[in-house]
Design a protein around this ligand. Structure first.
Ligand code: SF4
Ligand code: SF4
Length: 277
């Protein structure tokens, strides 16, 4: 089973929930798809062992063959290749390696080269196998790294995917083809605004979903009204607790330190997996 844990915005406790589920799961693959700012590995300590350096293709032009006809620039929907006077320029950071320019070039003057965008590592502790994607600093293309990360991580049992925050392409890439998405939110006006966008996006993807409310407290009723109106099930509420925050600041997950929360996360996992992954 593939279970995504996502949130409309950063800082809602998405990683806390993903880790809590992974800790109680026993044998599990946790995939940190938040490749621009991965942090699940901090809980396990270290960065893990290298699994693969991830590369993507980029276009390269053979100037000896090029007649500067401009067909490639006209065909590139990403604006990644330009013909300027007697020179063809490829903007590597914008090139998606789609290969279209090579197909339309009448002189067969374009070939592919591989360019590194990041790496995937693996850590293991007590049956928890953590695959992490690290996007290289300055690289703008997170989605191809997430695609590769999902391919490398085995999904022959329970797989939990810790999504990037938001609703952009990397999030869609993480959540698509999962069996369920758990949305983590917090009861604030900003939290509600971002939750509504996340709900709209997940409905478009057709992935079943439910909600965990983190830092739950009284005084903001609009979120509950919205969830009830939309018929979105709330599977857990985690209180705004100083004890939990203190444990986390010491690098301890409250599921490990507080038996009642281990029990609650076990029940949540059972509910999500139907009692077995
Ligand atoms: S399509 Fe080929 S020949 Fe034409 S400008 Fe581009 S690389 Fe050169
Ligand atoms: S490979 Fe695709 S994205 Fe890159 S320059 Fe060619 S057409 Fe544009």
């Amino acid at each position: 089973m593939r279970l995504a844990v996502a949130s409309g915005k950063g800082g809602t406790g998405k990683t806390t929930v993903a880790l809590g589920l992974a800790i109680v799961a026993g044998e599990v693959t946790l995939v940190d798809c938040d490749v621009e700012e991965p942090d699940d590995h901090l809980f396990l300590g270290g960065k893990g062992d290298l699994v693969e350096e991830v590369t993507i293709p980029v276009a390269r032009v053979d100037e000896d063959k090029c007649t500067h006809c401009g067909e490639c620039a006209r065909a590139c929907v990403f604006g990644a290749i330009a013909v300027v006077k007697d020179q063809v320029i490829v903007i590597d950071d914008m090139c998606h390696g789609c290969g279209v320019c090579g197909l339309v070039c009448p002189e067969d003057a374009i070939h592919e080269e591989r360019r590194r965008i990041g790496e995937v590592t693996l850590q293991e502790r007590n049956g928890l196998h953590l695959y992490t994607g690290f996007l290289d600093i300055g690289q703008p293309l997170a989605t191809p790294l997430i695609t590769r990360l999902k391919t490398l991580a085995p999904d022959n049992g329970l797989q939990i995917l810790d999504s990037p925050p938001g609703t952009a392409c990397p999030v869609v890439e993480t959540i698509k083809n999962t069996d369920h998405c758990l949305l983590v939110t917090e009861p604030t006006p900003f939290g509600l605004f971002d939750l509504t966008m996340a709900v709209d996006m997940i409905r478009e993807l057709g992935v079943p979903f439910s909600v965990v409310v983190n830092r739950d407290r009284e005084g903001y009723e609009e979120m509950d009204r919205y969830l009830e109106k939309e018929g979105v099930p709330v599977l857990m509420r985690i209180p705004d607790s100083m004890e939990i925050a203190k444990l986390y600041s010491r690098g301890l997950h409250f599921v490990e330190a507080m038996p009642e929360w281990r029990e609650r996360f076990s029940r949540l996992l059972d509910e999500l997996t139907g009692g077995g992954a």
